[in-house]
Design a protein around this ligand. Structure first.
Ligand code: RIB
Ligand code: CA
Length: 315
């Protein structure tokens, strides 16, 4: 990684709900030479906003991101009652991992205002990377529609052809389906990294051995996160944890690791059994205009090499 000619860094804002896999996404974004992390905005999701904010501040400091603004955002979805995933991420939101209390606090601006101000002041060269419920992004679009012309791309972790919190819905879209509907219908350039893709990024025993061989404080931290995260995945028959959120950062670093297809995707917001479902029109049978670039395949060898190469930067 160190010898690659670095082209201009890609500017991203991570909107997240740390979250075990969110934490790994922050670590990847912080040290990969192709990424400039402009800001971190926080949303309630895996656990409540106070905990997702505290976890983000702790992980950002672990990653050495003392200069990157962290902004608190929505503490509940647009309409529905909040749901959480503490049964996956633990009561703290980052499993049993203990990190020092953060020195820095979140900034005094709401995440929605930070998103709007930063995008409006930009040259239109910022990619939004929402890896939690889409509440902040939807609120920013509603409060200041002009940001749509300023967003380079939105690379979303969410959706898929199957569910992980209900049989039909993925957690981020299920946690605020109305927000997901607003964002996917916005007309912004959207890439959707759904469960069909992220379940190709499984931290198997062989992957964990590669991470262990790095033998630094970050690799040991990631192994702790994975040790907690993998329990539910192994109960569900996977060989390890599917690390969803880092896939979005990897896409921003090198989209050639992925194959994608421009498809029509709508979000169900009224179904009793299908609330939060991403309805993907694979064969174009609706005749509706495609609105989302859906990630289909991942080169998982190159993905794990990218992650482990970047973790070497923490040595
Ligand atoms: O469904 C997986 C997504 O929900 C990930 O972003 C995970 O962190 C949780 O937020
Ligand atoms: Ca997340």
């Amino acid at each position: 990684m160190a010898n690659q000619a670095i082209t201009a860094k890609r500017k991203i804002i991570l909107d997240c709900d740390p979250g075990l896999d969110d934490a790994i996404a922050i670590l990847l974004a912080a040290r990969n030479p192709h990424i400039e992390l402009v800001g971190v905005t926080i949303v309630a999701g895996n656990v409540g906003l106070d905990k997702t904010t505290l976890n983000a501040l702790k992980v950002c400091e672990l990653a050495g991101l003392t200069h990157v603004p962290v902004a608190r955002g929505a503490d509940r979805p647009l309409l529905r009652e909040p749901v959480a995933a503490d049964y996956v991420h633990g009561e703290s939101g980052i499993g049993g991992v203990v990190l020092p209390d953060p020195v820095k606090a979140s900034i005094n601006r709401h995440a929605v205002d930070f998103l709007i101000d930063t995008l409006m002041e930009s040259d239109g060269d910022i990619t939004l990377v929402p890896i939690g419920p889409l509440t902040n992004i939807a609120l920013a679009m509603r409060k200041e529609p002009r940001i749509l012309s300023k967003i380079q791309e939105i690379v979303i972790m969410g959706g898929g052809t199957f569910g992980n919190i209900t049989p039909s819905a993925e957690f981020n879209f299920y946690a605020d389906a109305e927000a997901a509907r607003v964002v996917l219908a916005s007309g912004a350039p959207i890439t959707m990294i759904g469960l069909d893709l992220t379940h190709q990024a499984v931290a198997t025993e062989a992957v964990k051995e590669r991470i262990a061989s790095l033998d630094n404080h970050i690799s040991r931290f990631i192994l702790e996160l994975l040790g907690f995260y993998e329990v539910i995945y192994k109960e569900r028959g996977l060989p390890g944890a599917a690390v969803h959120d880092p896939c979005c950062v990897a896409y921003c670093i090198d989209p050639t690791l992925f194959t994608t297809k421009l498809l029509r995707v709508d979000i169900e917001t009224r179904g009793e059994l299908s609330y939060g479902m991403s309805v993907i029109d694979t064969y174009g049978v609706t005749g509706k205009q495609p609105n989302v670039r859906v990630a289909l395949t991942l080169d998982h060898e190159r993905f794990w090499s990218m992650l482990t190469d970047t973790m070497k930067e923490y040595a």
